[in-house]
Design a protein. Structure first.
Length: 166
């Protein structure tokens, strides 16, 4: 099985999650950060695709939105996984997930994950710090990255890959 993990990471949290996930996905796995690298491969070369992003000012990164829109028809035929890194929890996190991933892709996904998030003040610009401080009430770095959720996502994803037609 050949899998692609494509993501955007503004401050590094989604990159951490993508690389932790990569270590747990079976088969050949390629990881691409769309913030740094343009995808030059044909998605038809992959059996599975995992898409990840994070929330900034209530939305996922534009490059992830563009990737999903441009590849919607191919992604719906793949063994698809979707994950989001965000600081919201519970119902608010689920609402954010539903708002950033198109309905058709959410329906096609074999696994969906909420991996928590981080406020890394040292990597934020002035305006991001103001927003993060208003949300968290603090200026200290904070991490809620959920390693167990990443492991569970990988386990479910690996199980679904075993049932793909050869």
């Amino acid at each position: 099985m050949k899998s692609l993990i494509v993501f955007c990471s503004t401050h590094g949290t989604t990159a951490k999650a993508a690389h932790l996930l990569r270590k747990q996905i079976e088969g050949d796995v390629i990881v691409i950060n769309l913030e740094k690298t343009k995808l030059h491969s044909d998605l038809e070369l992959f059996d599975s695709v995992i898409i990840g992003g994070s929330i900034h000012a209530g939305s996922i990164q534009g490059k992830i939105r563009k990737f999903m829109k441009e590849n919607d028809h191919v992604l719906q035929r793949k063994n698809l996984g979707l994950f989001l890194c965000c600081m919201r929890e519970g119902e608010e996190a689920f609402k954010q997930f539903d708002n950033v991933f198109p309905h058709r892709l959410r329906e096609a996904a074999v696994v969906k994950g909420l991996f928590g998030g981080e406020f890394a003040f040292s990597r934020m610009n002035f305006f991001e710090k103001i927003i993060a401080r208003s949300i968290s009430g603090s200026t200290d770095d904070k991490s809620t990255l959920d390693v167990e959720a990443i492991r569970e996502f990988a386990t479910t994803f690996n199980r679904s890959n075993k049932f793909l037609p050869v």
